[in-house]
Design a protein around this ligand. Sequence first.
Ligand code: ADP
Ligand code: MN
Length: 255
Amino acid sequence: EKKIRRIDSAKDKSRAREKDSERLKVEENVFDVPTLKILYTLSNKGVIKAMGGAISTGKEANVFYAEGPDKELAIKIYRIASSTFKAMDAYIMKDPRFTNIRNNKRDIIFAWTRKELQNLKRAKNAGVRVPEPILAEKNILIMEFMGEKEVSYPLLKNTHLENEEAKSIFDTIVEYMRLLYKKANLVHADLSEYNILIDPNNLTPIFIDMGQSVTLEHPNAREFLYRDVQNILRFFSRYGIKDKPEELFKKIQVE
Ligand code: ADP
Ligand code: MN
């Protein structure tokens, strides 16, 4: 009972933090009864010691800070009441790993959550720096928190870099894209300065948000890779990086 109160108070805390009324509605949506039950069970099992505040409210999911038994956690909760889940169809229905899921909203969201966990595992095994995936349960994904003192590492988008630092980060990003492609058999498919965190201690990139990542068998995999390449080059052009998208696209696949 004490634990569920802690989860409730986390809900209150995140409410108090958020004044924007549109967002308030979204936060009410996220903690539906089935979601609270899973959090309660995970809390009883000791996977979660305490829920913290909201880190992010996105289009389909909210991310919360939490304390685990031995490390800090990020808990991504896909909202069942999410209205944009239709967009998930194109990514998941053609993925050979997910051909048996039923075509309803809840099942698509649960499959999506499992897919994000699996994608993070494959990326990690390929040597790409990502948050360590811990578990997926229905619409809840638990992973390692990438940040310090309850504050997430900055998004690439929000960093101010010297040209040399940018070049080194760019090179690592390209190497990660190559490792994803060659070793994990994956394309991120939403790669941009919005889905890369920067560890300020060593300026290494961390790929996040891999729910939509697809295997190379997906009919649009190369198209998604090309788009990722374009996004990355668009961002880094401000730092004087002028690689040609066609060449980078080839380099990732060939080397
Ligand atoms: P969305 O689908 O809403 O874009 P993301 O997975 O990109 O979800 O996460 C949203 C935000 O939450 C990120 O921009 C980042 O600031 C934060 N975040 C996500 N995962 C983590 C993590 N493992 N550690 C710390 N912060 C995270
Ligand atoms: Mn994102």
